[in-house]
Design a protein around this ligand. Structure first.
Ligand SMILES: *[C@@H]1O[C@H](CO)[C@@H](O)[C@H](O)[C@H]1NC(C)=O
Ligand SMILES: *[C@@H]1O[C@H](CO)[C@@H](O)[C@H](O)[C@H]1NC(C)=O
Ligand SMILES: *[C@@H]1O[C@H](CO)[C@@H](O)[C@H](O)[C@H]1NC(C)=O
Ligand SMILES: *[C@@H]1O[C@H](CO)[C@@H](O)[C@H](O)[C@H]1NC(C)=O
Ligand SMILES: *[C@@H]1O[C@H](CO)[C@@H](O)[C@H](O)[C@H]1NC(C)=O
Ligand SMILES: *[C@@H]1O[C@H](CO)[C@@H](O)[C@H](O)[C@H]1NC(C)=O
Ligand SMILES: *[C@@H]1O[C@H](CO)[C@@H](O)[C@H](O)[C@H]1NC(C)=O
Length: 705
């Protein structure tokens, strides 16, 4: 319903041009914008603006970067042609801004008085369809605007994303205030322009006081105190004849900008709008009872189907894979089928290697297509497996950049499948012990000293994390070069942590099997069978020496005095000729100070007395410091022999519990068995899949009570 009135009668209009040239009384009121009455003056629309249902003027919808304008179609006399002074005027309009996303819309709308209904070259977004970047602030713009801005544009010094501003020839407001209104007692209330609620705005210019005031309110009556006022003489801003209307724009953010009603009066007070009599935005679709019924039925059907599916899945899990109560907050559980598909049925072609605990396969997860390493551990009995799985899940929550991340697991009968991040460059020992001369392609598989030192520092920090920095102490139990994997950037990542524990859960609870690798086992381990942080430190020391020397801790084929790496290094260090032990593959290209740090740390960690070994925190400090003189002196071979005598826990004790004839010489304090027995000094010992001698070689004697 359009109820636009020209209060001036035709007669008055005729007289007007003769009698009232300095004081026009033009007034109009739109309570809705339908153009059905014969006397109504339809607004001039341009851009995307439309009159939509029930006579609402929609300046923009939520399409990006649009301009929508609506103007009173005739120019009005805003300034005396004789004196050039601006007339007073007053206007009220009701608007609503509905953002595209809750609280995220743009850019705003403006009430404007301008020389043209279609400003040439004006831009959307922050320009609100009023100006462009090259005419900002130019006096020839003759633009007056009250912006209701919902985006904070820093280029225009906007105070917030919810403000009203008075703009003269520019998009930089001459005065602005956050959207708000005052109650009759002067209390200030905040308003949110883009709340979607109808807000009434009043804009007035008092020509005698040369004052512009702007008021806002969610109600029909004008507040006594304006939201914003600004003293300015509009005479130079205006031209004699100007168009009055609205302009709105959207940018990347978009809102629908609506006007519901508009009243305007020259030289007098415009009537306020009665908000209740204005058209309102269509409410969310009225609730249709049959529709509700249909939706309810569909909803219940879906619930029933989901419940059935869930029940089926639960049944499947219950029967196939064993479900554990803690499993919601550990690493993820994979389905056996997925892992089987990922590894192409555990095909040999996908075999990455034989680890200490089982076969490792390369896999590509269906769906995400991520590469993973799947370790398949076959456990002889079900005993202890649930507890162990729970522990693995807890360990899977460990996060450190130098640990191989456990992504998940799957348990099926006596098989345990562990899914790890795939490490493209394989294990550290693959680089240390490859025969460089064998093929030119293997030449690249060589680690420089700085790479080696970087890897050692990484592994040390991973062990520190396991020992001291996580919720509880985690022992690795099997630190060695073949358990250090290398990622694409050659960072060392410790793998298989905690796994050794699986093999400690022996069938007979009164015995604990010693797990580990010969050459890495701390001597007290072989006596007590109990792993400690000290035994991890010992193994780390052995690994450090392994990395420095480029050989395994026990080398049965070496010259007799070199078979046990720790002993050999200790002798050379004491003799001051440690350069002899450094990996010849480095060809002398290394930092002597760092190598000395590494050797000292390796020897300290390998001390037979657990109490004399450094903690991982100290180890990290020595390695990071990189200064050999800052590392404490290491024990000499003589001091170790004295320790042996005093403590009377010679290695013989250990040896005598292993009546294996193939181990007939035991290195002093190396805690390791050497295999130089037999006529030719060579042993019959069998190496594990990774080239190390597993403790299982001592099978019948390896149970330490
Ligand atoms: C906005 O209006 C235009 C023109 O009426 C239309 O083409 C467009 O689809 C509308 N966009 C939205 C988001 O409603
Ligand atoms: C900017 O607007 C002015 C008119 O105000 C126009 O003459 C000019 O061409 C416009 N510039 C651009 C780049 O559109
Ligand atoms: C203002 O605009 C007029 C006409 O568009 C132009 O001639 C003049 O150079 C502009 N002034 C400034 C300062 O940009
Ligand atoms: C305020 O308006 C005047 C015109 O009256 C203009 O010259 C001036 O640059 C504007 N000031 C600010 C801060 O925008
Ligand atoms: C406007 O509101 C913003 C937060 O919405 C606030 O940071 C700013 O200080 C306010 N400015 C004024 C002048 O009240
Ligand atoms: C109104 O807005 C201002 C600035 O954004 C804020 O400091 C103040 O707490 C708000 N008042 C109320 C009643 O929400
Ligand atoms: C290490 O891994 C990266 C990434 O897969 C690969 O590009 C590079 O060739 C590997 N280096 C060696 C020596 O294998």
């Amino acid at each position: 319903m359009l109820r636009s009135h020209l209060t001036l009668t035709i007669t008055l209009l005729l007289f007007n041009s003769f009698l009232f040239t300095t004081s026009q009384q033009e007034e109009f009121i739109y309570s809705g914008f339908t153009s059905d009455g014969p006397s109504d003056v339809p607004l001039k629309l341009n851009g995307v603006s439309q009159i939509i249902n029930d006579g609402i003027l929609r300046l923009t919808n939520e399409t990006s970067r649009q301009i929508g304008r609506a103007f009173y179609p005739m120019p009005l006399q805003f300034r005396s042609s004789d004196t050039g002074t601006a007339f007073s005027f007053s206007t009220a309009f009701a608007f609503a801004i509905v953002p595209e996303f809750k609280k995220l819309g743009g850019h705003g709308l403006a009430f404007t008085i301008a020389p043209s209904m279609e400003p040439n070259g004006a831009l959307p977004s922050q320009y609100l369809g009023l100006l462009n970047s090259s005419d900002l602030g130019n006096r020839t713009n003759h633009m007056f605007a009250i912006e209701l801005d919902t985006v904070q544009d820093f280029e225009f010094d906007d105070i917030s994303d919810n403000h009203v501003g008075i703009n003269l020839n520019s998009m930089v407001s001459n005065a602005s205030a956050n959207a708000s209104y005052y109650g009759d007692d002067g209390t200030k209330f905040n308003l949110t322009l883009q709340s979607g609620n109808t807000i009434q705005a009043w804009v007035e210019y008092a020509g005698d006081q040369k004052l512009v005031t702007v008021s806002l309110s969610p109600f029909s009556s004008k507040p006594k105190k304006p939201t914003l006022s600004y003293s300015v003489d509009l005479s130079p801003i205006f031209m004699d004849k100007m168009y009055v209307g609205f302009s709105a724009s959207t940018g990347l953010l978009a809102s629908s900008h609506y006007i519901f009603g508009w009243s305007f009066k020259m030289n007098g007070a415009a009537k306020s709008l009665d908000l209740s009599s204005l058209p309102s935005l269509p409410k969310p679709k009225p609730k249709n009872t049959t529709l509700i019924l249909a939706i309810t039925l569909v909803f219940f059907a879906i619930v029933v189907v989901l419940a059935a599916i869930a029940g089926y899945i639960f049944y499947k899990i219950k029967t196939a894979d064993i479900i554990e109560p803690w499993e919601l907050n550990g690493p993820r559980r994979f389905s056996y089928g997925d892992l089987k598909r990922a590894t192409r049925g555990f095909r040999d072609g996908n075999l990455l290697g034989l680890g200490g605990f089982g076969k490792v396969y390369k896999g590509v997860l269906p769906g995400s297509k991520t590469q993973v390493a799947v370790k398949r551990i076959s456990h002889g009995s079900r005993q202890g497996l649930p507890e162990f799985v729970a522990e693995i899940a807890s360990i899977g929550r460990l996060r450190h950049r130098n640990l191989v991340q456990l992504q998940g697991w799957c348990r099926r009968r006596n098989d345990l499948l562990l899914v790890y991040d795939y490490m493209p460059n394989g294990s550290l020992d693959g680089f240390l012990f490859c025969d460089v001369s064998a093929s030119p392609e293997k030449k690249n598989r060589h680690l420089t000293w700085s790479q080696r030192f970087h890897i050692l520092k990484g592994i040390a920090s991973a062990l520190l994390y396991l020992h001291e920095e996580w919720e509880h102490v985690v022992l690795h139990r099997d630190v060695k070069a073949s358990n250090v994997l290398l990622d694409a950037d050659f960072n060392g990542r410790l793998g298989d942590f905690g796994l050794a524990k699986l093999h400690e859960h022996g069938a007979n609870p009164s015995t604990t099997r010693v797990v580990g690798t010969i050459g890495y086992l701390a001597p007290e381990m072989t006596r007590t069978g109990r792993a400690t942080t000290g035994s991890d430190v010992f193994a780390f020391g052995a690994m450090v020496l392994e990395v420095v020397c480029g050989r395994r801790p026990i080398e049965p084929k070496a010259a007799p005095e070199e078979v046990v790496l720790i002993d050999w290094v200790r002798d050379r260090w004491a003799a001051g000729s440690w350069a002899d032990v450094v990996d010849p593959k480095l060809e002398g290209d290394y930092n002597r100070n760092e190598v000395a740090v590494a050797i000292k740390v390796g020897l300290m960690c390998s001390h037979p007395d657990q109490a004399a070994r450094p903690s991982m925190r100290e180890v990290v400090r020595y390695l990071e410091g990189g200064d050999a003189s800052a590392v404490p002196k290491v024990a000499t071979p003589e001091q170790l022999r004295d320790y042996e005598k005093q403590s009377n826990v010679g290695f013989d004790n250990f040896v005598h519990s292993y009546p294996s004839s193939s181990f007939d010489k035991v290195s002093t304090w190396s805690s390791t068995m050497t295999t130089t027995g037999g006529n030719d000094g060579r042993s019959e010992v069998e190496l594990g899949p990774d080239g190390y001698i597993p403790v299982s070689q001592l099978s019948h004697g390896s149970s330490v009570v």
